[in-house]
Design a binder for this molecule. Structure first.
Ligand code: NDP
Length: 448
């Protein structure tokens, strides 16, 4: 049995209750076969795959807090510090009822390779809680965040582990957590990224993931002898990534015709009105029904099982920006039948493995989230740099560095795929390029 299969088998047995983690590891290790097979004995002897698939540590803790009615609530907190071979652990905090250890492990594992691809010195980690911020008052959010940070603060630090936002954790939550860290530790340091601009945040961090996704997509489109101008785009989600993906796509001359949330989706053939979307989602924190009510060209559809949602329309580019496994094989077939030309993931693992393979088999250039959404963490690392030198860079400076990083990532993954005879397989290219750098550092640092 090959070394890759041996390790996959062990993980499937050991972590049988963590389907998302198994899915992520399978996807990565499968695409690393050409690299591993070439030097199998070396990698086996050093147990490189066993080490890279086992977190350095996984921390789970109780998060007790008092709601507005005086009732004590208890949530579960997580921080998985996966790999710090190339820098301090770095990765977001997800607040969503679906959060469990397997989901945090899958995200932390993916983060190792994504962070490596940015070319910046950051390791991989992820955290969060099964706390549901929806419907909670600001006071309840603050109580939760303070309690969460009271425990988390024992394990993080500017040179150790630097968490950031993710689903459910935006500027408000980062602010409450930063305040509590400062209070407990008595130090003012860049321990979190995604901070407000008045206390160490970076300009362009809010826009970074969505903008970065479009910078990479634009480069891919260009390298296929094509242009963004006039392209019709389907975006899913209507959170941080989706909003700024819509904005940049439209700045580049494309037309975005869909957005969605967990209860439904909007089809707006005139093109999404980004200012209205921001008002509904960032200011009012309301449902997309409010967007549709305010715009005559928009249709709102309630989500029903088995429907294709935003993936049923005739578009040139599909950008899944909501959550994991939201684009399955049936959606992929529909998109391909409708002539989709490019797919790039704004979210983490939004496309199932079967759907990814279907795009690839049908010659649709497909870039996975590890590469395509790396702009967020790359800009977080730029925020860390600014905090360390106690300076703030202009929006233009950060944005132009972000663009350079994303264009560089596209060429890096394209070259890696070519080097191993898999031209155009950007999923394999991203895994290979990310893996090689981390493993070289791990081997240089000995068995640890
Ligand atoms: P937000 O919380 O801002 O937005 C998430 C969006 O996805 C919301 O519109 C939400 O709808 C929707 N959504 C969540 N769960 C589901 C579901 N089960 N079905 C359909 N829609 C759903 O998160 P972000 O925009 O920050 O993150 C989106 C994705 O991008 C995640 O996978 C995240 O890990 C990834 N990512 C984010 C980065 C960042 O910088 N923010 C960086 C790199 C990756 P609703 O409002 O109804 O919940």
């Amino acid at each position: 049995m090959s070394y890759v299969d041996e390790v996959l088998e062990k993980i499937k047995k050991r972590d049988a209750d963590q389907p998302e983690f198994i899915q992520a590891v399978t996807e990565v290790l499968d695409s690393l076969r050409p690299v591993i097979d070439k030097d199998e004995e070396k990698y086996r002897k050093l147990a490189v795959l066993e080490r890279i698939t086992e977190p350095d540590r996984q921390i789970m803790f109780r998060v007790p807090w008092v709601d507005d009615n005086g009732n004590v609530q208890v949530n579960r907190g997580f921080r998985v510090q996966f790999n710090n071979a190339i820098g301090p652990y770095k990765g977001g905090l997800r607040l969503h009822p679906s959060v469990n250890l397997g989901i945090i492990k899958f995200l932390g594992f993916e983060q190792i390779f994504k962070n490596s691809l940015t070319t910046l010195p950051i390791g991989g980690g992820k955290g969060g809680s099964d706390f549901d911020p929806k419907g909670k008052s600001d006071n309840e959010i603050m109580k939760f965040c303070q309690s969460f940070m009271t425990e988390l603060s024992k394990y993080i630090g500017a040179d150790e582990d630097v968490p950031a936002g993710d689903i459910g954790t935006g500027a408000r939550e980062i602010g409450f957590m930063f305040g509590q860290y400062k209070r407990i530790k008595g130090v003012y340091e860049g321990v979190l990224t995604g901070k407000g601009l008045t206390y160490g945040g970076s300009l362009a961090r809010t826009e970074a993931t969505g903008y970065g996704l479009l910078y990479l997509t634009e480069e891919m489109v260009k390298c296929h002898g094509d242009k963004m101008e006039g392209k019709v785009v389907a975006v899913s989600g209507s959170g941080n990534v989706a909003i700024y993906a819509c904005q940049k796509a439209q700045q580049l001359g494309a037309k975005v015709v869909t957005v969605s949330d967990s209860t439904g989706w909007v089809y707006d053939p005139e093109g999404i009105d980004v200012e209205l979307l921001k008002e509904v989602k960032e200011v009012k924190r309301a449902r997309l029904t409010e967007y549709a009510a305010a715009r005559s060209s928009a249709e709102y559809h309630e989500k029903k099982n088995g429907e294709h949602g935003v993936w049923q329309y005739k578009v040139d580019i599909a950008l899944p920006c909501a959550t994991q496994n939201e684009l399955d094989i049936e959606d992929a077939k529909m998109l391909v039948a409708n002539g989709v030309k490019y797919v790039a993931e704004g979210a983490n693992m939004p496309t199932t493995i079967e759907a990814t393979k279907y795009f690839q088999a049908n010659g649709v250039p497909f870039v996975g989230g590890k590469a395509a959404n790396a702009g967020g963490v790359a800009t977080s690392a730029l925020e860390m740099s600014q905090n360390s030198e106690r300076l703030s860079w202009s929006f233009e400076e950060v944005d132009s560095k972000l663009k350079g990083i994303m264009v560089g990532i596209y060429h890096n993954i394209d070259d890696a795929a070519k080097e191993y005879g898999m031209e155009g397989n950007y999923v394999a290219g991203a895994n290979i390029a990310g893996f090689k750098k981390v493993v070289e550092a791990m081997i240089a640092q000995g068995v640890c």
